[in-house]
Design a protein around this ligand. Structure first.
Ligand SMILES: Cc1cc2nc3c(=O)[nH]c(=O)nc-3n(C[C@H](O)[C@H](O)[C@H](O)COP(=O)(O)OP(=O)(O)OC[C@H]3O[C@@H](n4cnc5c(N)ncnc54)[C@H](O)[C@@H]3O)c2cc1C
Ligand code: FES
Length: 278
């Protein structure tokens, strides 16, 4: 069993869980993920590692409550435990060299998964600009952590309560205004943010690294559930990714495959008293 050391809500619907997993904490690199189960009868779900402490043997996961499994995780308490934390899995995010200008775009749980990437870029001597996106100011978090590492932090909110009003569609103008000409763009967050940022910034002609989040089961390349098409080739996000160039991803297929179990997920949600566990 893996002990839960901390569990609290960061912003509405987004929770932070620190769990003892010494082997993961020892080896994990930015951009990698773990597969967790909230209970012995629970499904396996992938979550990115947002931070780690090899001395304490702990890893930090930040998750958005969207269905039964994330709902069960959210109802755990510090002092409890979970049966599975498997990993680290996936390929680490490739970290740009010193002097490279990197724009990191992050929203919802992707703000947390972007944090170790920003930290590694900073340590490598890259010049990092961070763009945080949310519906409203009250959904932003870890801005202070990003400010401590990045050259600048830009916020975009749909209601204009923090930074620029709008969505990532306005990013080309925003980066131009801020005088940022990136050599690379990295995007973490929901599929909508990944696909929209990829299309809005494709004209800049630089690599756009997106961390894909398809449905996964084993996370080791065995089941085929996480199949995606990138540059016309079939890839498994768990072993070939989760990072790919967003300009090459078949977003239509990715979105369709993500929705394939929606009826079953809704049914399970109702059977478990709206995610409150068994
Ligand atoms: C490599 C990887 C890393 C991830 N890292 C994180 C993370 O750090 N934090 C986090 O909150 N989530 C992360 N996800 C997404 C997370 O795995 C899903 O949100 C989770 O499996 C949903 O489980 P559930 O039972 O609570 O919801 P379900 O009942 O399975 O789904 C509820 C709703 O969420 C949607 N959904 C299902 N799977 C996903 C998905 N992969 N992404 C987005 N929406 C989904 C469904 O379409 C449905 O509408 C990651 C996914 C991958 C592949
Ligand atoms: S999750 Fe099974 S092949 Fe990727």
């Amino acid at each position: 069993m893996f002990n839960v050391v901390k569990l609290h809500t960061l912003v509405p619907n987004i929770h932070l869980m620190e769990v003892e997993a010494p082997e993961v904490a020892e080896q994990v690199q930015p951009g990698q993920f773990v597969i967790v189960r909230a209970a012995a009868d629970g499904e396996r779900i992938p979550l990115s590692v947002a931070d780690w402490n090899p001395q304490a043997g702990t890893v930090t996961l930040v998750f958005m409550e969207v269905g039964v499994s994330t709902g069960r995780l959210a109802r755990l308490k510090a002092g409890g435990s979970i049966p599975t934390v498997a990993g680290p899995l996936g390929r680490p995010t490739s970290i740009a060299a010193a002097g490279q200008r990197v724009v990191c775009v992050a929203g919802c749980y992707g703000i947390a998964s972007m944090f170790p990437i920003v930290r590694a870029l900073h340590a490598a001597g890259a010049e990092v600009s961070v763009v945080l996106e949310a519906r409203s100011r009250f959904l932003l978090y870890w801005e202070d952590r990003m400010k401590a590492l990045a050259k600048q932090v830009i916020t975009i909110t749909r209601d204009g309560s923090s930074g620029f009003r709008g969505h990532v569609h306005g990013l080309p103008a925003l980066l131009h205004e801020a005088g940022v000409t990136p050599d690379q763009i990295v995007v973490n967050g929901c599929t909508f943010l990944l696909s929209q940022t990829s299309s809005s910034l494709a004209s800049l002609g630089v690599p756009i690294t997106v961390s894909l989040n398809p449905i996964m089961i084993d996370g080791t390349g065995m089941c085929g559930v996480c199949r995606v098409t990138v540059g016309g080739e079939m890839k498994f996000a768990c072993v070939d990714g989760p990072d790919f160039d967003g300009r090459q991803v078949d977003w239509k297929e990715m979105l369709a495959r993500r929705k394939q179990y929606m009826d079953e997920e809704a049914l399970l949600w109702h059977r478990t008293s709206c995610g409150k566990g068994h």
